[in-house]
Design a protein around this ligand. Structure first.
Ligand code: NAP
Length: 241
């Protein structure tokens, strides 16, 4: 096929999980602009958020609840692209306690696995693909966040395992590792003073934006990446160099 229209997602159905805010919301808006039919999830109900979800189908999802993931999948009769932007982190040493450690692994890794497996039949039917948002902490861990670091390294390898398993089924599975993007997840690290400090050593000289990440996600999920699977695309302005 011609690649000139590869970023036209008209006729494609895309689910962006964890798109009530932050990176996922930016990814969902980019897919909408690219012509896709877009469904999104957040933990609360649609009216609880300030963001404008016009043109998107909103679903409530707590990924810690296995039945909720299955119920979400049951509401779809087709899907071309699954993007998992769900992520959580705990502070104040909570990830050093078993309860906190398990909670973060459950949200960032175990829940991600179930999302992928529950939507696999629809993605096989459409010859679609998955993009999981992992993190640069899968490369260089965050010592205050052992669960977050382990879960993201796990998600990177989970992505590769599923890519190997499902390649012959026609389903590509990739991950994208953002660097530092100011969102509610990173609120305690992303003020103006932090950005000025970060800019001194980051090759691109600024924090990332949701649209920087959206560009990578759209590439991975488009025909431009038809021969790309099991790949971790690092989108960090050179932070990890
Ligand atoms: N921001 C960064 O610098 C950065 C860097 C590396 C990787 N990442 C990854 O990028 C992804 C997006 O992060 P973000 O920065 O955009 O964070 P964010 O603004 O906090 O968004 C996280 C999303 O996940 C949802 N979520 C959280 N806990 C959930 C749960 N238990 N069940 C279902 N959904 C849940 C949130 O829903 P609610 O809004 O309802 O809470 C929200 O939609 C995450 O996987 C994160 O780990 C971010």
């Amino acid at each position: 096929m011609s690649l000139i229209n590869a970023l036209n997602f008209s006729g494609k159905k895309v689910l962006v999980c964890g798109a009530s805010d932050g990176i996922g919301y930016g990814v969902a808006k980019a897919f909408l602009e690219a012509g896709a039919e877009v469904a999104i999830t957040g933990t609360r109900t649609e009216s609880d958020y300030d963001n404008d979800f016009s043109g998107m189908q909103f679903h409530s999802l707590n990924i810690e609840d296995p039945a909720a993931i299955s119920n979400l999948a049951a509401q779809f009769d087709r899907l071309d692209v699954l993007v998992n932007c769900i992520g959580s982190v705990l502070w104040k040493k909570a990830e050093f306690e078993r309860e906190g450690f398990e909670k973060i692994l459950n949200i960032n890794l175990t829940g991600a696995m179930q999302l992928c497996t529950d939507f696999f039949p629809l993605l096989q039917a459409s010859q679609g693909n998955i993009v999981n948002l992992d993190s640069v902490v899968s490369i260089s861990p965050a010592p205050a966040n052992p669960a977050y670091s382990a879960s993201k390294a796990g998600l990177k390898q989970l992505t590769k395992a599923l890519a190997m398993k499902w390649g012959r089924n026609g389903v590509r599975v990739n991950s994208l590792a953002p660097g530092m993007v100011p969102t509610k997840l990173t609120a305690n690290q992303s003020g103006a003073d932090n950005e000025a400090q970060f800019a001194k050593t980051n090759p691109v000289g600024r924090f990332g934006k949701p649209e920087d990440i959206a560009g990578g996600v759209l590439f991975l999920s488009s025909p431009m990446a038809a021969y790309v699977t099991g790949h971790q695309l690092v989108v960090d302005g050179g932070m990890t160099l």
